[in-house]
Design a protein around this ligand. Sequence first.
Ligand code: BT5
Length: 319
Amino acid sequence: VETKILDLFRKHKDDYLSGEEISRRLKVTRAAIWKHIEKLRQTGYDIEAQPHLGYRLKAIPDKMIPDEIQNNLETKIFGKTIYSYESTNSTNDIAYDLAEKGAKEGVIVIAEEQKKGKGRLGRSWASPKGGIYLSVIIRPDIMPAEIQEFTLVAALSVAKAISQTAKLVVQIKWPNDILLNEKKVCGILAEMKAESDKIDFVILGIGVNANIDSSRLPNTATSLNEVAGSDVARIELARSIITNLEKYYFMFKKEGFDGRIRNSIKDLSCTLGKHVKIQSHSHSYEGEATDIDEKGALLVRHETGLRYRILSGDVTFIG
Ligand code: BT5
């Protein structure tokens, strides 16, 4: 019923709707309507009540409410089910559990904040309120070694979403970062459950520093509102992230990585052409980053002419 009430408010933007009218349209009693309005208020909706006039929606809360994200969400499967949390340890952990229990492709978990946000290799991800913490379940038919491609597909999707909604110019730093003004504004963590040659599922975890004061972030980080000068619309951004994720995931399934996706990633890359140092497992490599290959690996040419193909690692720019 709450979703239906919200739909009515949306259709009659800025108008008052009498309790009688809502009750007639939704075929529930006025007392019940009042209760649902109270519930919406508790969620954070600012609903004004005027004697003789009725109810009016003054403002929606700045919260990642599934109903708001799903409103006008034009996807086939991504985001049709969204689990949202005010606070949780890690959205990736919740999505992993759901996937193990059989949750379908496209199911999404979001949180306002994370207590134990995870980066790669046991590192932590600062996750204060104001950011976007989102994990999506996918079940691609690929080999475990191909997971790197999905990290890049997710990075491409988020980069497009940020430029489309916040109108900011961002770049992809191989393998899993999005940079804004040369500082990290988003990180991607892809986790999977796989047998030797088959993937059961992949969790794509995305953390975006949307509206966060930089004092709450590491020195190497920035946030969208810091650069934009005002808060960005988080719901719109989340909706765009989900839409782009589905778009590029479907494109991946149809055309593979090596084609439009790879080209777009290369276009947005700030890694290519740079002199880089890469720490990968126990090895360290240095040289010029020359290409991202058809499997998402980074190709590096050392000054001696030696060439490396690197699947994952931490990149630092030199000089
Ligand atoms: C990442 O790891 O960049 C992956 C981050 C993924 C976070 C999402 S949020 C939703 C989902 N649920 C989770 O629990 N995780 C995912 P990595 O490349 O290892 O980078 C981690 C490093 O980035 C840290 O060691 C810090 O130096 C830095 N860092 C930590 N928090 C940051 C933040 N909020 N913004 C920018 N940099 C940060």
